[in-house]
Design a binder for this molecule. Structure first.
Ligand code: DON
Length: 533
């Protein structure tokens, strides 16, 4: 198994050792991340999981939902312009958390160990303490300006006004108590009673609209995954309200139609075709939103007719300007933020691919006092003003406008792919870059036959229709490839890092391996499963 933090990976491995299955381990890891990786791991956020248990593949949507009091223009200022501060900072930016009911539901349906045993490692980490990593210290320091705005948060995460120093032991007694109650009573320990009341009270204090009724009425939803074929492999990824599966399916469908697998691996033509496929997939993303309001059906965007038509446009040896694919005004790109992905496989062939987030690093910055949970700022994933860019520079349409109870469109792409008895599970953080990062690792595996770690390590690129530029990691493009792409009309923009993939693979002989991304603080580990698991 592989996750973003060694202590969380250890929690998952411990549960596998104890006879738990992949689902038990994934839930234990996600909860441990809520303690040791508070930038993204959470109980006050949400996520998605694609799972294969006893051969059956399904997808759990535990994405946050807009509170009942949310409205279309709630993030606009007096002049009608969006006020980013409102959808990013403080509890007005928070969607109704999906993780408490979501992780519980995942375990209820597919777990093997007792619930309390799955929650136990996280309780221990919060109660007895965990060692602060240099990365955590740095992340807190980077977020300090946000965290210091809420004394409730600063009291925990900026003790004495400073980030907890690397190497020190961090205990969070309030979170330990919440987790303990969650382990004893399930989600109602958080979504009802005194904890829910505390969430409503602190939200109200800072101008939020979350209520106990919102928390009580939230339900995770089992959905049919997006299934598609990719170069001889079967793939399952996340359906709406994530755009991830559709973008992955469109990318692969378009590339298959261009003979992409036979173009020279590191040449300009391959990169060009990949970028042109993404440009079109992200342009179509403009039509997507909550399943109840989406303006394009998955079956249409992934249908033969649409893919054939789009594929015909790809052949040109010139970049298609993005506003020719769908017209809109480009604007500034987003900032760096935090999400986290974990992948687990067990000895019985069960697999979990789970991505979870608070959206921005430490979410909206507000920690619920006495409860220890940080609230998300996922509301910014809505088109707070349709047609204007969000945190990730994504331009989104009316289908993703704010509305009560709606789930904001995501890019998270937990994915499972298999061919015969071989299986891989993978995913990444990175906001709008998640689908492009994930599909590149997948293509490295299924088209080029890389081993798992190599597929994860390879440098990456990204394009998201708007802004119309190819974002390029160091060494991702040879100089002559870069030159040829520019000649074809592409603009290149360097970026230090794209994504942080955690992946696992079951080989045809049954061997399980795990790969963590060298870009992140991630950690991978394998246990020999006990007989019968
Ligand atoms: O759901 C989404 O697409 C975003 N809220 C994910 C945020 C994210 O990946 C931040 N990570 N680096």
């Amino acid at each position: 198994m592989a996750s973003a933090a060694p202590a969380a990976t250890r929690a998952g491995l411990e549960v596998l050792h104890a006879g738990g299955n992949a689902v038990d381990a994934a839930v234990a890891t996600a909860l441990a991340l809520a303690v040791v990786h508070p930038q993204a791991g959470n109980l006050g956020g949400g996520g998605f999981a694609v799972v294969r248990v006893h051969g059956e593949v399904s997808a759990l949507d535990f994405r946050e939902a807009a509170p009942a009091a949310a409205s279309h223009d709630m993030y606009l200022g007096k002049n009608g312009d969006p006020v980013a501060e409102k959808s990013l900072v403080g509890p007005l930016a928070a969607g109704v958390p999906g993780s408490p009911a979501g992780l519980w539901e995942l375990h209820r349906k597919h777990g093997k160990l007792d619930w309390a045993n799955v929650v136990a490692p996280a309780v221990r980490l919060a109660r007895d303490g965990f060692v602060v990593t240099p990365r955590l210290e740095k992340s807190v320091a980077r977020a300090a300006k946000l965290l210091v705005r809420f004394p409730e948060t600063a009291a925990v995460w900026l003790p004495g006004g400073e980030p907890p120093p690397a190497g020190s032991l961090m205990k969070i007694p309030s979170l330990a108590a919440t987790l303990r109650d969650y382990g004893e009573h399930g989600p109602e320990a958080i979504t009802a009673g005194p904890v829910a009341a505390a969430i409503e009270t602190v939200s109200d204090r800072y101008g939020g609209v979350l209520t106990v009724a919102d928390l009580e009425s939230y339900r995770p939803v089992w959905r049919k995954p997006v299934f598609f074929d990719a170069f001889g492999w079967k793939v399952a990824s996340m359906p709406l309200p994530s755009s991830g599966g559709i973008i992955l399916g469109q990318t692969s469908g378009l590339l298959e139609r261009t003979n992409w697998g036979r173009t020279p691996r590191f040449g300009a033509e391959r990169t060009h075709l990949l970028v042109e496929a993404w440009r079109r997939a992200y342009a179509d993303r403009f039509l997507l939103g909550d399943p109840s309001t989406t303006q394009a059906a998955e079956s249409d965007l992934l249908g033969e007719g649409w893919l054939d038509r789009r594929a015909r446009e790809l052949r040109s040896r010139r970049a298609t300007p993005s506003d020719k694919v769908r017209s809109w005004k480009p604007s500034a790109a987003g900032e760096s933020t935090e999400t986290t992905h974990l992948s687990v496989a067990d000895g019985a062939g069960n697999v979990v691919s789970l991505t979870t987030t608070l959206n921005g690093s430490f979410g909206c910055g507000l920690l619920v006092p006495g409860v220890g949970i940080l609230l998300n700022n996922e509301m910014d994933d809505f088109a707070t003003a349709p047609g204007r860019p969000n945190l990730y520079g994504l331009i989104q349409g009316e289908a993703n406008a704010v509305g009560p109870g709606k789930r904001m469109l995501s890019s998270m792409s937990p994915t499972i792919a298999w061919r015969g008895s071989e299986t891989v599970a993978l995913g990444s953080p990175g906001g709008s870059t998640i689908p492009t990062v994930t599909v590149q690792v997948l293509l490295n595996l299924v088209v080029d036959g890389d081993d798992l770690q190599t597929a994860v390590n390879r440098p990456r690129i990204h394009h998201q229709w708007m802004p119309d530029q190819i974002v390029v990691e160091p060494d991702a493009l040879a100089p002559e490839t870069a030159w040829e792409l520019e000649r074809r009309g592409h603009e290149l923009k360097p970026r230090k890092q794209l994504g942080d993939v955690n992946a696992v693979r079951i080989s045809s002989d049954g061997t399980v391996e795990a790969a963590a991304d060298p870009r992140g603080p991630s950690s991978a580990g394998v246990v020999t499963p006990a007989p019968g698991t």
